[in-house]
Design a binder for this molecule. Structure first.
Ligand code: C2E
Ligand code: CA
Ligand code: CA
Length: 751
């Protein structure tokens, strides 16, 4: 279940990397767009205020210029009024005019008669009489200013004697002086101004003509519909004497503001041209730097994200490596195996793949005898060899300890078996040419995946179950999973669960099977055999639970229980004055794991006041072959004798019996297994039995023939002088009361 959990965790849905990137990118784009939008808005607000500011300044400039021109006119009027009374003669007058012109920054003053002729000085100046300004002064007595060729301005005021206009005083200011007049003091010298009339003709141009030449281009080209509209509007407004302004993009791409303000003199206007960024330029700089800062922050953020992303994916890779790599072999571990299997099996047909678990028998010994590093080397070697024996689409992983799981793309059991056998050969090929070969025994459980939709943990468990069936049956090689075995395991589990209560409830009963002396037909003893009489399940025979309890260790408790029950019965026999029949009890090999187990038995016998030599322990043959326990077994047999118990060698002949055992171990009896007598009609079998019994007698060991069912078998055994018979031919195992009656009947017969 834990394993299942683990794989389930790996499959937890995580928002995809792609989605995260898209989300973050969208966020950045939004931030960027909002920034652009805001700065565009700010720009337009700035432009609006720049334009109105420009308009204000231009209008201020216009009134300034108007005031100056008017003040020039006033100056001229003052001179005209005082002129004739101040000057005595022509020379004096001329000198006065020259001096005044100098002071007031006029080029020169001229005194004109009514015909427009210079009165004192005939400097060849053209007749100025037809100039509208002069006419105005002569006819209407007004101060006026007008434009003459070469961008000079001609000021004129009437000169009166006794309220009669006798001529005009004209002042000429040439182009340069006029330019100095209109040169704006504001805009840090960046703006340009000029004076035009309402027809758009230039009256006084600035020093630098360039922007106005461009302006001329615009006036003529009318390229941009918005600009041409503004220009048309301007022309209309000029006609009406109205002020105004508009902005436009010059040919070089710069934004300009053009303001026109009436000078209130003639039909003149002051045209002011200002670069827009002169006003909003500083703010634009801040906008730009804010913009760059935000872009830089976004860029840094992006770089940071990228670095994080790289770090994260590197880190994830590293974690994955730890999570999915077996530290010993460097190959796949169980988690990786499970994930790859899940992927593979999700697209599979039933019975197209097998999952195999392989285990090295006695691997612990390699670690113990050769050290942990040698053990790890072996695991790495196994991983390599298994891997090179796999086909495409198959995989292997080391799971816990020395367990390897592999997938095989095979359907035929024989092919799987052969491939695994070849694999084991390949594994042991390292022994070729070695003086002292060391063969590895490999056991394997195989599950042919009949249902690929099964959880991988269950599939693995089935392979494991197949492997465990091998162990349970003490087989080697490979076993395929079968549901029968699982059924059996289930039943066994049920029995295991029932054990404790059954022991308390005395559901386990002692049956006694008599051993009869061949010599005189008397009862020589009995074997205590357990029967499980369960209130619900009925009678359960030892073959159904003894192997199970041998495995789970409960057998020791059961043996002690049986021993107690036997002692109880014998104590009663003594008390009731009945014949004491020696009873043998079976002793599982599991007891030999506990060095002092015999003390328990001795104590029980003592508690029931049993005399010595009435109880025998039956030790099954296989225990004498276990190298680990051999000394312990010898020691225990000696101790049994010391404590007054007999000891017999059970099931002799069922396995790898050896006559050597009889010499080696000081047993009192051998129980010849049923197997011996199955083909007793054959001569060879008869000879073996005869030799065996003869040898036993020579060694002072008495013989019991087990499982004797036929009279014919009895005849032969009598002939070869077998001591005792235990078998259905005399009696089946009987409940104690029945056994007691049987003994009574048998004794009566004998008498
Ligand atoms: P075992 O010790 O070899 O016991 C003899 C078995 O042979 C008994 O089977 C018995 O019923 C059977 N048997 C006796 N005579 C005949 C015959 O003429 N023909 C045939 N076919 N069988 C005969 P059971 O009682 O089923 O016991 C089976 C095995 O269970 C025993 O084999 C013994 O190894 C084990 N066992 C029984 N009771 C105990 C116990 O209390 N403790 C331990 N540790 N093992 C026990
Ligand atoms: Ca026995
Ligand atoms: Ca036996």
């Amino acid at each position: 279940m834990k394993r299942y959990q683990k794989t389930a965790d790996f499959r937890k849905p995580v928002p995809s990397k792609g989605a995260q990137v898209v989300f973050l990118s969208a966020l950045l784009v939004i931030i960027f767009a909002v920034t652009i939008l805001n700065s565009a808005r700010l720009r337009s607000v700035l432009n609006d205020s720049a334009q109105s500011y420009a308009q204000d300044v231009a209008s201020q400039l216009a009134s300034d210029i108007t005031a100056r021109i008017q003040s020039n006119e006033d100056d001229l009027l003052l001179i005209a009024d005082t002129l004739l009374s101040t000057a005595q003669d022509e020379n004096q007058l001329q000198a006065l005019l020259d001096r005044q012109a100098d002071i007031l920054e006029f080029d020169h003053f001229m005194l004109l008669d009514q015909d427009g002729q210079e009165i004192f000085n005939d400097s060849g100046t053209e007749n100025l009489k037809d100039f509208p300004g002069i006419q105005d002064s002569l006819n209407n007595g007004q101060a006026s200013v007008s434009y003459i060729e070469g961008q000079s301005l001609l000021y004129s005021v009437p000169v009166c004697v006794d309220d009669e206009i006798i001529g005009t005083l004209a002042g000429l200011r040439t182009k340069e002086k006029m330019q100095a007049l209109i040169q704006p003091k504001s805009f840090n010298g960046h703006g340009l101004t000029c004076i035009i009339n309402n027809q758009g003709e230039v009256i006084v141009s600035p020093t630098d003509l360039k922007p106005f030449l461009q302006l001329d281009d615009i006036f003529h080209e009318e390229a941009d519909s918005e600009v041409s509209q503004s220009i048309q509007q301007m022309q209309e407004r000029l006609q009406k004497g109205q002020n105004g302004s508009f902005d436009f993009t010059a040919i070089d791409g710069s934004r300009l503001i053009l303001a026109y303000n009436s000078l209130q003199i003639n039909d003149w206007f002051l045209l002011t041209l200002i670069p827009e960024d002169l006003i909003s330029g500083e703010a634009s700089k801040y906008i730009l730097s804010t913009f760059i800062t935000i872009a830089a922050i976004i860029l840094i953020f992006l770089l940071f994200l990228l670095a994080m992303f790289q770090f994260y994916s590197g880190h994830k890779k590293h974690l994955e490596q730890i999570a999915f790599t077996d530290p010993v072999t460097g190959g796949q571990n169980e988690a990786a195996f499970q994930i790859s299997c899940e992927r593979l099996f999700s697209q599979l047909q039933p019975f197209s793949y097998a999952v195999v678990i392989l285990n090295v028998k006695g691997f612990k010994l390699i670690n113990e005898n050769f050290g942990l590093e040698a053990g790890n080397d072996t695991l790495r070697y196994l991983y390599r060899v298994i891997q090179r024996n796999l086909h495409d689409g198959e995989s292997v992983a080391r799971c816990e300890a020395d367990n390897f799981f592999l997938t095989m793309n095979e359907t035929d059991k024989r092919v799987i078996q052969t491939r695994l056998e070849n694999l084991v050969k390949d594994i042991n090929s390292f022994n070729e040419g070695r003086d002292t070969p060391y063969y590895l025994t490999i056991l394997g459980g195989i599950f042919l995946v009949d249902d690929p939709s099964l959880d991988i943990a269950i599939i693995q468990d089935r392979a494991r179950t197949a492997y465990q069936s091998l162990l349970a049956e003490q087989r080697s090689g490979f076993a395929f999973y079968s549901s029968d075995y699982t059924e059996r395991l289930k039943k066994e589990q049920e029995l295991s669960d029932l054990f404790d209560t059954s022991l308390e409830n005395h559901d386990f009963q002692v049956y006694l099977q008599p051993k009869v002396r061949l010599k005189d037909g008397s009862v020589g003893g009995a074997e205590a055999l357990v029967r499980w009489v369960h209130p619900q399940k009925g009678m359960i025979f030892p073959s159904d639970f003894i192997p199970l309890f041998e495995r789970n260790g409960k057998i020791c408790e059961l043996d002690v229980y049986m021993f107690k029950e036997v002692c109880k019965a014998m104590e009663r026999w003594i008390q009731e004055g009945k014949q004491i029949v020696p009873v043998s009890v079976n002793l599982s090999r599991q007891h030999f794991r506990h060095p002092h187990f015999l003390e328990t038995f001795a104590q029980i016998a003592k508690d029931h006041h049993l005399p010595n030599w009435v109880i025998e322990f039956e030790l099954t043959e296989s225990i004498f072959f276990s190298n680990e326990q051999i000394e312990m077994v010898k020691h225990s047999i000696r101790q049994m004798h010391r404590l007054g118990f007999y000891c017999s060698l059970d099931d002799f002949g069922s396995g790898f019996s050896s006559l050597g055992l009889l010499k080696e171990f000081d047993v009192d009896a051998i129980k010849l297994d049923r197997q011996f007598f199955l083909n007793i009609s054959q001569e060879k079998a008869k000879n073996v039995i005869a030799c065996l019994i003869e040898l036993a007698q020579k060694l002072g060991v008495y013989t019991v023939a087990e499982g004797i069912e036929e009279e014919s078998q009895l005849d032969y055994l009598r002939a070869v002088k077998c001591d005792m018979i235990q078998g259905y031919v005399f009696s089946k195992p009987l409940p104690i009361p029945d056994f007691e009656q049987w003994v009574e009947r048998q004794s009566a017969k004998g008498e």
